[in-house]
Design a binder for this molecule. Structure first.
Ligand code: ADP
Ligand code: ZN
Length: 643
C-alpha cells in the first residue's frame, strides 16, 4: 500500500526559497565588499601603477576610503597593448572608456600623496580625488553574522532532532505540525472488514461508527449523540490498526494515523500544538478518522511521578487532546480511535463520556479465528493443494494476527530459498519455529506442556463452580492468553447486596479450583494461580476482620469507615488477636482448598474430559459444560431466590 504524506501545505517548498535567499545575499555582499567585480577593475600593485603614472597613461585616480585607489586611463593609453585586458567592458564587450580600469591598495597614505605630488610637479597631467563610500550593507551584514550562524545551527539541530525521515527541509517550520500519515479513503485505503479476520465482537461494535460516518444525519436527526472516540484495547499485533483502517475504508473517509509518541518532543508546547494541528487537519477533511496508536505514551494518568519536566509536557499534550475532543461538537464528524494494550494506566479523564467512552477489546485469536486469519494471509500465496489450515492454526497457540501474517510471509521466503514451486506444510512448520524463537524472548508463547497445565487449571475453576450451589455460573472459559493472565473464566455474577457466608465460601472454593485441579492431576502446583490466591486471601481477610463472619473473632469489625486511620501505623487489635486472625484466614482458605480437591477427585473423569475439550477448542461456552456435566442442578433455585 502506498502511503501519502499528509504534508501537503504549500509552506514546504518555501523553505528552499529561504535557503536560496540567504546564499544569494551572501554572494551579493561579498561582491560589494570587494569593491571589484561590478566595476570590472583589475587589481595591480603600487609599483605597476607608478610605471603607468610615469608613462602618462593615467587620467584620474580616485582614492576610496583612504585605502583603495581606482585608476582611470587616458583614451590614448587604452589603445596600448598592455592595457588590452581592461580596455573592453567585461559584460558587454564594448570599449570601456569611462573607467575606472585598475585598482590597488594605497598602503601608507601620506607617502602615496607625496608620490602623487612629485609626479604632478614633474609635469604629468592627471586628477586625483578622495571619496568615502559608506558600505552600510556590509556593516549590517557583519553585525548580523553571529545571528545568521546561530540560525543556521538551529536549523541543523532541528533537522537532526525531528528525525528528518525523508521529509526534506520542512521540519523547521513543521515542528509544531502533526506528523500524522494520511490515508485517503477514496484512493489509498483499500482495507475493508473482509481483510480483518475473526474479531467478530469488535467488528460488530465498530460497524456503528462506520454507519455514523456514512450517514450522520440518520443519528443526529433523532437527537442522538454520536460517539467521539473509541478505544481499542489489546496486545500488539492483534489487529487494532487494521480494524481502524477498515473502519475508514468501509466508510470511505480519510484516515489520519499516528503514534502517541509522535506528539512527544523535547520542546515545550510542541505536543500540544501538534494535537491542535492534527484536529485542524482532520476537521478540514471531515468526515474523517483520527487513529492514535499507543496512546499510553501521552495518556498515562496525570499527576504521578511529576518530578521531571518531561511529564509536564506530556500533561500539556494530554490536556490539549482532551480539550480538542471536548471542543468539537457532534456535527464535526471526526471520530478519534486510539489503541493501547494497557487501558489500566490511562488517565481516567480520557474515558469520560464524550471522549473515549467506548472500549473495544481486541483479544488474541483462538483456534477458529486463527484459521480465518491464516486464510486471509494464505490467499496471496502459492501453496500446495493439500495444505491443512486446521493443522496450522492448532500449531500456533498464542500467536497474534501479526505473528500469523509473519508466519505466512516467512514460509513463502523459506520455500523460495529452496526453489520450490509452491509453499508446503514443512515450510510453514519451519516458519512457525522461527517465529516462536523470536517470540519466546518476548515471553508470550506457551509450550504444549504449559498449555496442558493451563487447560486443567481453567477446567478446575469451571468444574468446581459448576458443582457448587452458590458459585457464580460460568459463561465462558478460555486458555488464550489475555493481557498478563494465561487463561480466563468468565462468570455471570449475581447482583447481590448482601452476601452470606456460604456464598463467599463457595466463591473461594471455585477460585481455588484451578490450583486444586493442578494438584489433583499433576500432584504439583504452579505459580499460575497468583491472582486466584490474591483474591481468595483478600476475601478471607475481610470475612474475618471486616464483616465479622468468623466465630473466633466474633462480631467485631476492624474496618474504619471514616478512613482516618488509613495509614495503619497502629493496628486496632492486640498481638494475640493478630495471631488468631492470621490463623483463621489460613484455616478458611485451607478448608476451601481441601473442599475443591475433594470435589475434583470425585469428578475427575469429567474434569479430564473438559480439559481435553478445552485443549482442543481453546474457548468453551456454557453449552459445552452442559453437554459434559448435564444441567446445573441449582439453576432453578437461584432464579427462585431472586424473586
Ligand atoms: P496492532 O495495531 O494491534 O498492533 P496491527 O493492526 O498493526 O496490530 O496488525 C499488524 C498486521 O497483522 C496487520 O497488518 C495484518 O496483516 C495482521 N493482522 C492482525 N490481526 C489480523 C486479523 N484479525 N486479520 C487479518 N490480519 C491481521
Ligand atoms: Zn485461576
Amino acid at each position: 500500500m502506498k502511503n501519502k504524506k499528509s504534508n501537503t501545505n504549500p509552506k514546504n517548498n518555501s523553505t528552499y526559497w529561504i535557503y536560496g535567499l540567504i546564499i544569494s545575499v551572501f554572494i551579493i555582499f561579498s561582491y560589494i565588499g570587494n569593491g571589484s567585480g561590478f566595476s570590472g577593475t583589475k587589481k595591480i600593485n603600487i609599483s605597476t601603477f607608478e610605471k603607468y603614472l610615469s608613462s602618462g597613461d593615467v587620467s584620474k585616480i580616485t582614492i576610496i576610503n583612504k585605502t583603495l585607489a581606482e585608476v582611470t586611463l587616458t583614451e590614448n593609453a587604452l589603445m596600448n597593448e598592455i592595457h588590452r585586458d581592461v580596455a573592453t567592458n567585461n559584460f558587454l564587450g564594448q570599449r570601456n572608456v569611462i573607467g575606472p580600469h585598475y585598482n590597488f591598495e594605497v598602503g601608507d597614505l601620506e607617502l602615496f600623496q607625496r608620490k602623487l605630488e612629485n609626479a604632478e610637479s614633474s609635469g604629468i597631467i592627471f586628477n586625483y580625488e578622495f571619496r568615502t563610500i559608506e558600505n552600510k550593507w556590509f556593516d549590517v551584514l557583519i553585525g548580523f553574522l553571529p545571528l545568521i550562524i546561530l540560525v543556521g545551527l538551529w536549523i541543523f539541530f532541528m533537522r537532526r532532532m525531528s528525525g528528518g525521515a525523508g521529509a526534506g527541509g520542512s521540519q523547521i517550520f513543521s515542528i509544531g505540525k502533526s506528523k500524522a500519515k494520511l490515508f485517503d479513503g477514496n484512493k489509498d485505503t483499500k482495507v475493508t472488514f473482509k481483510d480483518v479476520a475473526g474479531l467478530e465482537g469488535a467488528k460488530e461494535e465498530v460497524k456503528e461508527i462506520v454507519d455514523f460516518l456514512k450517514s450522520p444525519s440518520k443519528y443526529t436527526k433523532l437527537g442522538g449523540k454520536i460517539p467521539k472516540g473509541a478505544l481499542l484495547v489489546g496486545l500488539p499485533g492483534t489487529g487494532k490498526t487494521l480494524l481502524a483502517k477498515a473502519v475508514a475504508g468501509e466508510a470511505k473517509v480519510p484516515f489520519f494515523s499516528l503514534s502517541g509518541s509522535d506528539f512527544v518532543e523535547m520542546f515545550v508546547g510542541v505536543g500540544a500544538s501538534r494535537v491542535r494541528d492534527l484536529f485542524k487537519q482532520a476537521k478540514e477533511k471531515s468526515p474523517s478518522i483520527i487513529f492514535i496508536d499507543e496512546i499510553d505514551a501521552i495518556g498515562r494518568a496525570r499527576g504521578k511521578n511529576s518530578i521531571t519536566g518531561s511529564n509536564d509536557e506530556r500533561e500539556n499534550t494530554l490536556n490539549q487532546l482532551l480539550t480538542e475532543m471536548d471542543g468539537f461538537g457532534t456535527n464535526t464528524n471526526v471520530i478519534v480511535m486510539a489503541a493501547t494494550n494497557r487501558a489500566d494506566v490511562l488517565d481516567k479523564a480520557l474515558m469520560r463520556a464524550g471522549r473515549f467512552d467506548r472500549q473495544i477489546y481486541v483479544d488474541l485469536p483462538d483456534v477458529r479465528e486463527r484459521k480465518e486469519i491464516f486464510e486471509v494471509h494464505l490467499k496471496p500465496l502459492k501453496k500446495t493443494k493439500d495444505l491443512d489450515v486446521d493443522f496450522l492454526s492448532k500449531q500456533t497457540p498464542g500467536f497474534s494476527g501479526a505473528d500469523i501474517a509473519n508466519v505466512c510471509n516467512e514460509a513463502a521466503l523459506i520455500a523460495a530459498r529452496k526453489s520450490k514451486k509452491s509453499v508446503g506444510k514443512q515450510d510453514f512448520l519451519d516458519a512457525v519455529d522461527r517465529i516462536v524463537g523470536g517470540l519466546e524472548k518476548k515471553n508470550k508463547i506457551i509450550s504444549p506442556k504449559e498449555k496442558k497445565t493451563i487447560a486443567y487449571h481453567e477446567a478446575g475453576h469451571a468444574t468446581v463452580s459448576w458443582m457448587l450451589e452458590h458459585a457464580a455460573p460460568l459463561v465462558k472459559v478460555t486458555i488464550v492468553p489475555r493481557g498478563r493472565s494465561l487463561g480466563a473464566a468468565w462468570y455471570l455474577p449475581e447482583e447481590r447486596q448482601i452476601v452470606r457466608t456460604e456464598q463467599i465460601l463457595d466463591e473461594m472454593c471455585a477460585a481455588l479450583g484451578g490450583r486444586a485441579a493442578e494438584k489433583v492431576i499433576f500432584n504439583k502446583i504452579s505459580t499460575g494461580a497468583l491472582s486466584d490466591l490474591e483474591k481468595v486471601t483478600k476475601q478471607a481477610r475481610s470475612m474475618v476482620t471486616v464483616y465479622g463472619l468468623n466465630d473466633k473473632i466474633g462480631n467485631l469489625t476492624y474496618y474504619d469507615s471514616s478512613g482516618q486511620n488509613e495509614y495503619g501505623f497502629t493496628k486496632p487489635y492486640s498481638d494475640t488477636t493478630a495471631q488468631i486472625i492470621d490463623k483463621e484466614i489460613s484455616n478458611i482458605i485451607e478448608t476451601q482448598f481441601k473442599r475443591a480437591i475433594g470435589l475434583l477427585k470425585k469428578h475427575k473423569k469429567k474434569l479430564e474430559e473438559l480439559a481435553n475439550y478445552l485443549l482442543e477448542k481453546e474457548v468453551i461456552f456454557k453449552e459445552d459444560l452442559v453437554r459434559i456435566f448435564g444441567e446445573r442442578p441449582f439453576e432453578e433455585k437461584i432464579s427462585q431466590e431472586k424473586k
